[in-house]
Design a binder for this molecule. Structure first.
Ligand SMILES: NC(=O)c1ccc[n+]([C@@H]2O[C@H](COP(=O)([O-])OP(=O)(O)OC[C@H]3O[C@@H](n4cnc5c(N)ncnc54)[C@H](OP(=O)(O)O)[C@@H]3O)[C@@H](O)[C@H]2O)c1
Length: 266
């Protein structure tokens, strides 16, 4: 039964303070869902205030989802609401530019902890609750970056290869449970991602990017349609199709051109 028809459903969105996550939350709010949103910084409260303008309830939680404790606190906050989760959008993530050996290893590990460890911990907990109820939709924000070795962004691309792969595996495991699993795979999108990852002096950092509202709508619709994955934008579709038949060494060389520090000036 569609939760929107029986009263308001509940959508959980991580990384909803800015960018794609904020826009995913907006899609759900416009679609009649109440929201629980999370991010690491206090700005999540500003996002909540804007999202309340759509008329639903919005709970905002500041939680560091790169840590087991942050995930536990976030899940406890959701459970305390006493409502089942209808939609789970596991979107929180961060990038990191520069050569691997030149990166601060703690920052590199934080990329793994946010994009992978925190994500699977959250989905394991809420996914089990969905399975017990026999209903739910899960959306991961993967990336076309997961299709290519990410020279000068090596850890990040590795985490997105994990998410792209994990999403399809989980989808297959849950196919008879009433839960759908979808992976949104955006290309370069106009958010704070590139600045936060210190990629602004790179070719990809300076390239024309997709509108996060358009990207999020494509992902949201794919989730509601129960699709397995969606690559947003025809250019990104072409790129991902080409990546599937290009040797990894060549993809790594191509990625150098896009992401090498200073490549914006080449
Ligand atoms: N922009 C792109 O080109 C692009 C392309 C493909 C995929 N993606 C993916 O899209 C997702 C959203 O990124 P975006 O582009 O929208 O970038 P963004 O504007 O920087 O948003 C990232 C969101 O994740 C949150 N976040 C990061 N670390 C967190 C943590 N440890 N705990 C809780 N929240 C955390 C941020 O909140 P705080 O500010 O509070 O940390 C923010 O709300 C990411 O998974 C990213 O990998 C982006």
């Amino acid at each position: 039964m569609n939760p929107v028809e029986t009263g308001r459903g509940l959508a959980v969105v991580t990384g909803a303070s800015t960018g794609i996550g904020y826009e995913l939350a907006k899609c759900a709010a416009q679609d009649g869902y109440d929201l629980v949103i999370a991010a690491d910084e206090p700005q999540i409260q500003d996002a909540a205030a804007k999202l309340r303008e759509f008329g639903g309830k919005v709970e905002a939680m500041q939680a560091d989802l790169a840590t087991p404790d942050g995930v536990r606190r976030f899940v406890a906050g959701i459970i305390a609401l006493g409502r089942p989760v209808d939609l789970l959008m596991a979107n929180a993530g961060r990038g990191l530019g520069h050569g691997f050996l030149d990166e601060d290893i703690r920052e590199a590990q934080r990329v793994v902890d946010t994009n992978i460890s925190g994500t699977i911990a959250l989905v394991h907990n809420l996914g089990n609750r969905m399975r017990a109820r026999g209903q739910g939709r899960i959306l991961f924000t993967g990336s076309i970056a997961g299709f290519m070795p990410g020279t000068f962004q090596a850890v990040y691309n590795g985490t997105k290869a994990f998410i792209n792969s994990f999403s399809f595996a989980l989808r297959e495991e849950l196919k008879d449970t009433g839960i759908t699993v979808t992976c949104l795979m955006p290309g370069p999108t106009d958010t704070e991602f590139f600045e936060r990852a210190d990629l602004l002096d790179t070719q990809v950092g300076q390239s024309k990017k997709d509108d996060p509202a358009v990207v999020a709508k494509i992902g949201y619709d794919a989730m509601m349609d129960g699709e397995g994955d969606v690559v947003s934008g025809w250019k990104n579709k072409l790129m991902s199709a080409a990546a599937n038949v290009t040797p990894a060494g060549m993809l790594a060389k191509q990625h150098r051109k896009m992401a090498e520090p200073g490549s914006a000036n080449n």
